[in-house]
Design a protein around this ligand. Sequence first.
Ligand code: ADP
Length: 477
Amino acid sequence: MMKILSVASECVPLVKTGGLADVVGALPAALATEGVDMRVLLPGYRAVMNALKRPKMVAEWSDFFGGSAKVLSGKAAGLSVIVLQADHLFDRDGSPYLDAAGKDWSDNAERYAALSWAAAELAAKGAGRWTPDVLHCHDWQAGFAAYYLKTYWPDADVATILTIHNIAFHGLAPSRKLNALRLKKADFNQGGFEFWDQINALKAGLVWSDLLTTVSPTYGRELMRKDFGMGLEGVIRSRVSDMHGILNGIDPETWNPATDPAIPRTYKTPRGKARNKTALRKEFDLPETDGPLCLVISRLSEQKGLDLLLEALPALLDQGGQLALLGSGDPKLEADFRKAAAHENVGVHIGYDEAMAHRMMAGGDAILVPSRFEPCGLTQLYGLRYGTIPLVALTGGLVDTVIPVTPATQAVGAATGMQIFPLTSHTLATGLNDLCALFRDKATWLRLQKNAMAHPVDWAASAVRYAELYRRLSPTA
Ligand code: ADP
């Protein structure tokens, strides 16, 4: 069996701030069917330490990025995990990345350099008797792992992959931290991890990993463009033949309208949504209308384009459409949506609530994802599974997962949703108009829902592709 060490800063159900956690948590089970034994290396946050069962110590360091540390191998929430217990770095209240005031922890560079170092050393020396064939790193938090491995253990027979979940986060640090981060000055240059005079952890991963992946084919191509690459497009272009776009899937059991314990009434066909819709309207204090009940479940950030939705909203409301939004993040967007909720057809919940997200998917007619960029996106996939039609921007993974309504796609029974291009408040308003019109055409809408519910959104196809890459990197494993 091929052995893969997956390294990440988040993993469902232990710790999550976004889609990264869903992917990292889902891959081990998805890949088990492909003959892959994947273990996940995580920081020993409080939630992870509390969940850890039958820990066995596999490494120990007395002087590890400012304190002592242990590596424990065990089980947590059904996953095989390896945990970096370094209380001076991870035993804290609050989110993985932010302090109580909502600011980045000032030692985030050291915290995730430590995680990356642990990954490299375990890859080189093994975790107990378990020695990985491939080290699979996720995002900037694991960015230095391939660099450390190649620099400090050049003879180790372990290949490396870096997956980019979101290029917006680089993991920048000032150059005075070079020594503290165990980085060599000789590599602090344009061909290395230097980025406009700063240290860039993601760039290190892009330069030193054997292969690169990202979470959709379209985002993989977009990353080579100036308007998407966030300054790293040149590095990615230089590695074009090593870059693979592999779509994220979702867990078809967690997100299954036929068995979902979180929803009022389970269903196998779109007609079964009616009871859930009535319940959802009550929950969001929305009246009964003839228009579509549209959803947003999202981080409230610039990326997600929800400021444009605020501008375009009258187009939906004027036609009796409704909006139910669940999200949190940017204080201005939170305040603006709270204000928008003064309209009787707008319901807003500021917060984070997994069970509510399920109830919304079951009761909503459409899910809106007007992102400015979207590496893959997950909520449109939940929407497909629940017969909740996605209206999305034509960008990134949204391109690859939603089949837009056109005469041709309708003729062959393939259409699953709607796409908007270019994304402005005007085109979004037009899109919402079209959505209302489609919704009134009951036969066409039902057809869309059936197509959507039949569209594959699980991990099967992508698990095969990851397994192929691992095999390419480690043919003898
Ligand atoms: P990103 O990773 O950029 O935040 P994704 O669409 O890839 O976007 O993943 C977001 C994940 O977080 C999805 O599983 C979505 O359902 C969930 N999510 C986002 N905001 C909330 C919220 N307020 N309550 C519940 N779940 C949320």
